[in-house]
Design a protein around this ligand. Structure first.
Ligand code: AMO
Length: 473
């Protein structure tokens, strides 16, 4: 679709436009001066095309002079005619390689300083901190702009797929109360309620369960999650999840739905092959015995980047020992224990033997999805919280809202969430999760481009009733 400044996007140009007058806008990707002939590779969000300024043609001298002043990354508007290139000059590497634009007019829209790094390579050779400081330039490189487009295509595919199956997309709040997913919370102080804090959601877990009580039955969203945890190559502080929840389901329903969605994304959008379909399954015990990990890498040939090996891991233990020796939920406390293991909740020494209706999807050694059938019985839920060391009062204070909701006709329900960026990283063969996030936090947890966290005005702190303790260690 044209705009008032451009008649075509470069990606729309083909031999069919031969002889047509076009107005294009974009960035100077490169300039070659052959004395009397200046070649500009013009780039926009859809592609690259060659533009020729020919001194010997009717081109005004002043336009030619302006063209010789052009430098990489300047933003220009060019008017000209589409011509087909002679056979010997066709560039098979370019989608528009059979044509070129014979320039007639040139308008410089803005100039550019020399970039802090080259953007015509894949970028792995540049220091990550520098790339993130100038992320808006880093995103101009082909690999990164492709990664961003694939994100969009995967989201579109998901929306279409789930909407056709009757799911509705619902946003849940970001200013919220702590939901235990095993990480530390990010807290937001309240100006209106001194000494009180919101927590940013570690996941939309409790809201999606409340939506089941609300009668939604099939929910999804791209949930925004915040977890203050130690960073790794496949972990960030802020990330998106495919978040799904359904009522009146059993484990098999969720696994089948997820498998169909993931297969569609891999085969239709990412265009790679899946090593084994249906996805193989292992119980947690089998995975630990055979591979000594619950994230096994089942690829037969680890060198082949176009084959993806998925595996479901099921039957996790309900509880696990944390580093400090206390008991934690292996997934989260809302997970249902196996019916035949529920009686063990009353036997403190047997808690680690309880199996949970929990499942993870692993891709080439990365846990990409995780979910469970939920415990919708308030009495058993309280027992789980107590096993985790919460007193009765704490349970009421922290989770009273959910327990109350479950007293008003709660359907049996279950769901799953997938790490959007982690999945893209693993399926595109990127080594670092930041390669598929437009503006990720850095390895040190600071934001790209805008230097956060940063100090704030003392006036803001006062409004929030906060005093900084400078005596900290
Ligand atoms: P879980 O905590 O397993 O489950 O998270 C689901 C998926 O999210 C991804 N993920 C992350 N990605 C990037 N950076 C992180 N720090 C990070 N942490 C997790 C992983 C993981 O598989 N509420 C439950 C889901 C449910 O039970 O429905 C949950 O959030 O790919």
């Amino acid at each position: 679709m044209p705009t008032l400044m451009k008649s075509h996007y470069i990606g729309e140009l083909t031999k069919k436009e031969k002889g047509k007058a076009v107005t294009l806008c974009g960035w100077v990707n490169s300039r070659r001066d052959h004395g009397g002939l200046i070649f500009i590779d013009l780039r926009d969000s859809t592609g690259i095309v060659q533009v020729v300024f020919d001194k010997s043609s009717k081109l005004k001298n002043q336009v030619y002079k302006l063209a010789s002043s052009l430098r990489p990354e300047w933003v220009i508007q060019v008017k000209g005619k589409i011509e087909t290139r002679p056979e010997s000059m066709v560039n098979p590497k370019l989608a528009t390689g059979e044509i070129e634009v014979k320039a007639e007019k040139l308008n410089i829209l803005s100039k550019s300083k020399t970039l802090p790094f080259e953007i015509d390579k894949d970028g792995y050779e540049v220091k990550e901190d520098l790339r993130l400081k100038y992320r808006y330039l880093d995103l101009r490189r082909k690999r990164m702009s492709r990664n961003i487009k694939i994100r969009h295509q995967v989201k579109n595919f998901t929306r279409d797929f789930l909407a056709k199956k009757g799911f509705i997309e619902i946003d849940t709040p970001i200013l919220s109360k702590s939901t235990p997913e095993g990480a530390r919370d990010f807290l937001v102080p309240s100006r209106h309620h001194p000494e009180k804090f919101y927590a940013l959601p570690q996941s939309p877990q409790q809201y999606k369960q409340l939506l089941m009580v609300a009668g939604v039955e099939k929910y999804f969203q791209f949930g925004h999650c915040f977890r203050d945890e130690d960073l790794r190559a496949d972990r960030v502080l802020e990330f998106d999840q495919w978040d799904i929840e359904m009522s009146f389901v059993e484990q098999e329903d969720i696994l089948n739905l997820t498998e169909e969605l993931v297969t569609g994304i891999v085969e239709k959008v990412i265009k790679k092959k899946i090593q084994e379909k249906p996805f193989p399954r292992l119980t947690y015990q089998e995975a630990m015995t055979k591979y000594k990990t619950d994230d096994p890498d089942l690829r037969k040939d680890k060198k082949n980047p176009n084959i993806l090996a998925f595996v479901w891991i099921t039957d996790f233990p309900m509880f696990e020992k944390k580093e400090d020796g206390t008991l934690g939920a292996a997934h989260h406390p809302f997970t249902a224990p196996y019916d035949e293991d529920i009686y063990l909740l009353d036997k403190p020494e047997k808690l680690l033997e309880i199996r949970a209706k929990q499942y993870d999807l692993v891709l080439n050694s990365h846990e990409v999805f995780g979910g469970s059938i939920r415990n919708h019985d308030p009495k058993i839920l309280v027992k789980v919280f107590q096993a985790l060391g919460y007193s009765k009062q704490e349970v009421r204070k922290r989770f009273g809202h959910l327990l109350s909701a479950f007293e008003y006709g709660v359907p049996p329900h279950g769901g799953i969430a997938g790490g959007f960026a982690r999945f893209l990283m693993a399926s595109l063969g990127e080594k670092n999760i930041r390669e598929v996030i437009p503006f990720p936090t850095t390895r040190k947890g600071t934001t790209s481009v805008m230097d956060a966290p940063s100090k704030v005005d003392p006036k803001q702190l006062k409004e929030l009733h906060i005093k900084i303790d400078r005596g900290r260690k």
